[in-house]
Design a binder for this molecule. Structure first.
Ligand SMILES: C[S@@+](CC[C@H](N)C(=O)[O-])C[C@H]1O[C@@H](n2cnc3c(N)ncnc32)[C@H](O)[C@@H]1O
Length: 282
């Protein structure tokens, strides 16, 4: 069933240049384009996946926006986490319904929407943000795309100074996430996962060194995600000409109980010992 109705969002793509527009359908309003206009009522009637025409006969494909359509086309004031990275964060952090998740900062709420979608109404998301204006932008975008989120709260504050509560997962997208590591001793459950999004490798190095020195994090991973789109058009089959620039490094770590201090016993291996195999236990 089409989700398109008056009051809902619509995503319009013209047939000439493929230019994309995110709009909200309102009674008595026209969608004005360089190729003429379309009444919003006609767009709602076309429905999700349908087609609507300007009075000059130019076709626009009509969709209900996906998450990516929405967050890539909002008018934003802060950098957001792009879908290729937010997808990796959700998987690395193993976010699922029922968990308590802390996120900081909220920025424009792009990552918050991805987390709320994944929680599916179960569990809780707390977003800690230092700037009230960004918190209010994010609340607007979350409400516009996701709707009411009774399991989401926004706390205004400096997460470097600490946070209340104990969480199963922590997602950080701010300049100096290493200041949060010390608060994880009390604020992240053992076995809990933290994933940080860091534009520069120097940030990643400082964070990894802090995580290692803390003694309460193991299973560290540092990586980046590259998306390489290809053009497939007849005999022209090649990577797209434009390059997809670096976005950020992701650092994942898992909270542990500190290892008790004990005498280490070094096992001596016989020289011709067969190589150990690692079979997975099910
Ligand atoms: C790049 S934006 C986050 C974007 C967000 N992940 C998204 O996808 O929309 C970084 C945010 O961190 C916030 N921030 C920076 N330092 C902070 C701190 N110490 N405590 C809480 N928030 C902070 C900034 O105000 C900004 O909103």
């Amino acid at each position: 069933m089409s989700k398109l109705k008056m009051g809902s969002l619509a995503f319009m793509i013209d047939e000439i240049k493929g230019k994309k527009h995110l709009i909200r359908l309102k009674d008595g309003v026209r969608f004005s384009t360089q190729y003429g206009f379309i009444e919003h009522e006609a767009i709602a009637e076309a429905g999700d996946g349908g087609v609507a025409y300007t009075q000059k006969g130019v076709a626009y494909r009509v969709f209900y926006p996906t998450y990516s359509d929405y967050i890539m086309h909002i008018k934003r004031r802060a950098q957001i986490i792009y879908p290729k990275d937010s997808a990796a964060i959700l998987m690395s952090c193993d976010i699922r319904g029922g968990q308590r998740v802390l996120e900081s900062g909220i920025g424009q709420g792009a990552m918050s929407i991805a987390i709320l979608n994944t929680l599916g109404g179960k569990g809780e998301l707390v977003s800690c943000e230092i700037r009230e204006d960004f918190a209010s932008d994010a609340a607007h975008f979350i409400h516009e795309f996701y709707g009411e989120a009774p399991n989401h709260s926004i706390i205004i504050g400096n997460v470097y100074e600490g946070f209340d509560g104990v969480f199963d997962r922590i997602v950080l997208d701010l300049p100096e996430p290493w200041h949060v590591v010390k608060h994880c001793k009390e604020g992240l459950t053992n076995g809990g996962i933290m994933v940080c999004y860091l534009p520069t490798i120097l940030q990643a190095v400082t964070l990894v060194e802090t995580l290692k020195a803390s003694g309460i994090f193991e299973e560290l991973e540092t990586f980046e995600i590259t998306k390489r789109p290809w053009k497939i058009d007849g005999r022209s089959v090649r990577p797209e000409m434009w390059t997809y620039n670096h976005s950020a490094f992701l650092v994942k770590a898992r909270k542990v109980e500190p290892m008790p201090v004990r005498e280490t016993v070094k096992k001596e291996e016989p020289e011709d010992a067969p190589e150990e195999t690692h079979e997975e236990e099910i």
